[in-house]
Design a protein. Sequence first.
Length: 400
Amino acid sequence: MHTEVTRTRPAPARREGVTDDNWQEDPYNRWGFRHVREFTRTARISRGQGAVRQLPERHTDLSDFLTVVGDEAFTLWEALEAAYVDAFVVVNGGAIVHEWYAEGMDPHGTHLLMSVSKSLTSTLVGVLVGEGLVDPAEQAVTYVPALKGTAWDGATVQHLLDMSAAVMFNEEDYDDPESDGCLIEFASGYRLGQRDDVPGDTVSWVVSLDPQGEHGDRFQYRSIITDVLGMVIESVTGQRFTDVFSDRIWSRIGAEHDADIIVDPKGFPTVEGGICTTARDLARFGLLHLERGAVGGAQVVPAEWTDRILCADPALIARYAASSSGDPTTPQAYYHDCWWVWDAAKGRYAGHGINGQMVLVDRSTNTVIAMMSTWPHRMDPHLSDFGSRVAAELLDHLSR
C-alpha cells in the first residue's frame, strides 16, 4: 500500500475510538503510538538519577527550504505534515536548530520507535562486546543454550546483527494480517490475547522456526532475528534487558525521560520494535553515535563499534543490493549492525522503523535528525522515499 504525497493535514490525535485491537491502525495510531502503555504490556527503562544532557537551542531560519514533488514545492512544515510526521528534531553542532511537533505532541511525550529499537539494541551489544561479554564471531548458541538443535545452530552474533541468519520468517508484506511479521505481534506483546496457531511468547516462536538456506549467505530483513540478540543480552548479563539497557546506555546519555518497551506475556522485551522514547531523547541517542560513543568525556560505547558501522564492506553492499531492499539509485547502501547505511563516505546512517520512524546520524554535517511519524500504512514506499529525501535535502541545506 502507498499514500500519494500531497499537501495535507493529517487528522489530529484523539483518544475516542482507540482500542487494544486498532491502536496501530490509521487513524487511531496517531494516538496509539503516543500512549502505548495504555494498550499493551510495557516495562520501564529508567533514565537513572544523572543530569539531563542539555540541548541548547540555536533555531535556524529554514523558511527558504523547499522540496519538490512532481509540480509541487513543499516548505519544510508542509513536507512534515504531508509525511504524517508527529515529531521532528534536528540537532546540528550540538544544538537544536529545528524542532516541530504535530498537534497533541510535545517534547515530553513518548512515541513508539518501531524498528529504530533495533539500532538501540545493537548499540547495547556493542557495549557488551567492549566489555568482553560478547564476541560477534561466536555462535549465538554459545550464549543461549536453548537455541541448540534449532534453526539457529551455526548462526553467529554477527549474522544476527546483519540480518543474515538463515531462518524462515516472512516479513515482506505488512498489509497481510497472516504474515509472520503481523502474527508475531500476538507473541511479542503488541496485541493482547492469543491465537491457537501462534506461539504464546517470543522465545517459543524463535525456537520453533525452520532453517532456510545457509547462515551468512544473504541479507533478508526479519525482525525476529533481533529478538535473539535480546536473548543473548539477557543471557550473558544475567539481567533483564530493561535493566542492562538502563545501566549501560539510557542512564549515561543524559536522557531526560524514562523510556518504555513492550513486553510479551512472559515479560520478554520486544527489542526489535517495542521501545518508546521522546523525540529529544532519541536525538540524544543519535548524538551518542555522532560523537563516536562518547558523552561528556565518558566513553559509553566503544568508538570502534560506532566506526565499524561505516566499514563499507563490499560483501555487505553486494548482499544488500541483491535483496528486496536493494535500490540501484543507492549502490553504496548496505545494512550492518542493525543500521541502514546510506553513505559510508559521508558518515551517514540511520535507524528506520515502519510507519515513518527514523534517527539519522550524519558525520559530514555534524547533524542528528530524530523523526517520529504515523503513516496510514505500516510500510509505504512513497512516504518512505519522501521522508528520507526531505532529511537528505535538509542535511545538504544545513551544510551550505
